[in-house]
Write a protein that binds this ligand. Sequence first.
Ligand SMILES: [Fe+2]
Ligand SMILES: [Fe+2]
Length: 325
Amino acid sequence: MSEKILFVDDEDYILEIAQTLFAKKGIKILVAKNAVDALALVGNNEIAVLVSDNQMPGMKGIDLLSQVKTISPDTVKILMTGYADLTTAIDAINKSEVFRFIVKPWNNKQLVDIIGDARKRYTLIKSLKKGDEAAMLSIVHALELKDASTRGHSERVAKYALLIAREMGFDADTKRAIKFGSWLHDCGKIGVSESILHHNGPLDDADIHMVRNHPLWGAEVARQARLPDVVVRIILSHHERYDGKGYPAGLKGEDIPVEARVVGIADIFDALTTERPYRKSCDIEEALDILSSIKGSVLDPVLVDLFLNIIRNYDTIAVSRQNAD
Ligand SMILES: [Fe+2]
Ligand SMILES: [Fe+2]
């Protein structure tokens, strides 16, 4: 690959460990001992992922990362910290300044996974910027591999959402945005670790916070890729609820963008009609009954009625779904 991974740390042994670890995976990484050298490398190379220590003499890691944001906006930034510095790191994540943080001493598997996710995010943004639909879909498929139970989910969500969009008479641009927004609605899960996604049973508060951040992180990816605002809004608001009890903003009723309300219905319908590790799938009628029972609380009642009508008059959908799986 022409794009590179850059590690920045003032301690030689950290850089050596990282180089050896990635060399074993067949990946050659660039290293720098301070922010000035790092900035020179960023200026002369295509850096996909930058991992920087925070506590360094001279410029701190966090300041280096914010400079890199200006020179190389697509570079995915990771902050390495000690325990004492954890608040800085979490703060930086919440402000979307960094993608993830790594606490030293790191766990090798975790480090390799985080860098792998960071590279996926970089490739995703690059292909989104090019507007290359085939490349976009192939990354969406790669993301779904992270969680096998969601294979094909994004494309099916797009299909159901477009049925509603057509009925609503949305224009071509909005329909295209709904398609992309559906494909990408969960792309923020690149930021959520696999151990959380595959966790069986209740999650602790910190993990719930991670999962609930996925609309924000996903919207940030779309924004960075300069996708239309509607796409950003769909990703950001697909977990809002009609009664205002959803996340991340707790928007209520018509304050939730209509395109996101549409995708929200499609998302829940597909989740219900697909087998998940923690439950069996419902048949179409059961799923429609459940949608009906959450009208006005979770979902927009008018749109749900519209969807029920569409699906009840469109029995070939079950057949085409089986073909798609
Ligand atoms: Fe989601
Ligand atoms: Fe989803």
